[in-house]
Design a protein around this ligand. Structure first.
Ligand code: ZN
Length: 425
């Protein structure tokens, strides 16, 4: 999805995104089938040499892949800011609003039509970089998706985004109109409530639009997991598998939902390729997120970050409008043509605060890893899970400290392994 679009509700979407086993940045997957780790004593030395060479080749690929993804990420950030600035300062935004006003003068509909048109333009402008992201997955043999399958999902995501954005933008401009001085307080409060509702509804309303979720069937694996949850003294809740292989060759698992929709989800690739011991580690990690209330912490965290952002928009937005009045042709902040200005300030703010979110997330991930180790008491399975995830997902186990600081919402795989090796029960 184009980054410009996701800016519309950046912080909001942050909390809707489930907590995954591996970082989004890490998610790639391998073409080579990964089989359950064979007992090395049974391998001949020739086989070992061969698998060593294969591993090294895979590592090289992972470094190239991550580098390409990071470059795309930063280029996309710059591109979004350039688009928003041009849209605003060339007067295109005011022009668009004037065109909408030719159809209707009703404030509600002006905001609605402007928002929809803006989203469509942003989608088209952002399309080349989205497509490049899709082609990267193919280049590295990580995708299972055809172009039409992928494009259909992009359109579906745009539709979902449009509904959420309409509600949010109408709310923001209503507050800006009715309470020009205190709007940011109202918006921050409503933002929290809206986020909670969305996080609760996402697993039943939004996620099933993209994938099929099936309860983990009765059987040995389920029995083991129920036993594990009894040991942890947590409700196992619902465990689902999802047809992640529809999109990707990568493996992942996640904890998502809130209240009555809380659930652990395993990608089908993981169920197929990982041993029962390894899946137990993954589930224990996700249970850790549940028990430690990480979704709530994430919501609170994004709410604080967003509230500060709204306050900064309140402080700086009107000044920019006054300073460049003749150029922007925008009356005041309550004019919907100021939407790109709000997004522009928000994106500069989110670049400045970029390392904060990942640092907070890495802290929670470390806690969940610790929980998984305590629960399973199985360091070997933990380490082989990490190795397998890195292999399948083409993640660079040793990223540069700068990239880790700016982007990694999970500790790099090498650090997660080292943590397990040195962990004392
Ligand atoms: Zn996690």
């Amino acid at each position: 999805m184009p980054r410009i679009l996701s800016l519309v509700l950046l912080a909001l979407m942050l909390s809707v995104v489930p907590i995954q086993m591996v970082a989004a940045q890490d998610q790639a997957e391998g073409e080579l089938q990964v089989t359950a780790s064979a007992d090395s004593s049974e391998e001949t030395s020739a086989q070992m040499l061969q698998s060593q060479a294969e591993k090294e080749k895979r590592l090289e690929e992972a470094i190239k892949y991550q580098r390409a993804k990071n470059t795309l990420y930063f280029a996309d950030q710059g591109y979004s800011i350039l688009f928003l600035a041009l849209f605003l300062f060339l007067g295109i935004s005011a022009f668009l609003r004037r065109q909408v006003e030719k159809i209707t003068k009703k404030r509600f509909w002006v905001v609605a039509f402007y928002t929809i048109l803006f989203l469509i333009i942003a989608f088209i402008v952002g399309f080349p970089s989205s497509y490049y992201g899709f082609s990267l997955e193919h280049k590295f043999g990580l995708s299972n998706q055809t172009f039409s399958g992928w494009f259909g999902e992009q359109l579906l995501a745009l539709a979902v985004m449009a509904i959420i954005a309409l509600i949010a933008v109408e709310g923001i401009y209503l507050a800006l109109k009715k309470a020009p001085r205190t709007w940011w307080i109202y918006v921050s409060v409503v933002f929290i409530i809206f986020t909670i509702v969305l996080v609760n509804l996402a697993p039943i309303l939004i996620m099933p639009l993209f994938n099929v979720y099936t309860p983990l069937p009765e059987g040995e694996l389920r029995d083991r997991l129920v036993k594990l949850s009894a040991k942890a003294d947590v409700e196992v809740g619902d465990i689902f598998t999802m047809d992640m292989s529809k999109q990707t060759k990568k493996a992942n698992a996640m904890f998502t939902g809130l209240g009555n929709t809380k659930r652990i989800v395993l990608g089908d690739n993981m169920v197929d390729e990982f041993t029962a011991d390894e899946i137990e580690v993954v589930i224990a990690h996700e249970m850790g997120h549940n028990l430690l209330r990480h979704i709530w912490q994430g919501i609170l965290f994004s709410a604080v970050l967003a509230a500060i952002g709204f306050f900064i928009i309140h402080l700086t937005g009107p000044r920019v409008i006054t300073r460049f009045k003749s150029r922007l042709k925008i009356e005041n902040m309550a004019d919907v043509a100021s939407l790109p200005l709000i997004l522009l300030i928000f994106s500069i703010y989110s670049i400045i605060t970029m390392p904060i979110g990942p640092a907070f997330s890495r802290h929670m991930e470390r806690q969940a890893d610790k929980f998984a180790l305590d629960m399973t008491q199985n360091k070997e399975a933990f380490i082989s899970t990490m190795n397998e995830l890195a292999y399948m997902n083409l993640s660079d186990p040793n990223p540069s400290p700068v990239m880790e600081f700016l982007l990694y919402d999970h500790p790099p795989i090498s650090k997660r392994i080292k943590f397990a090796q040195e962990y004392r029960f």
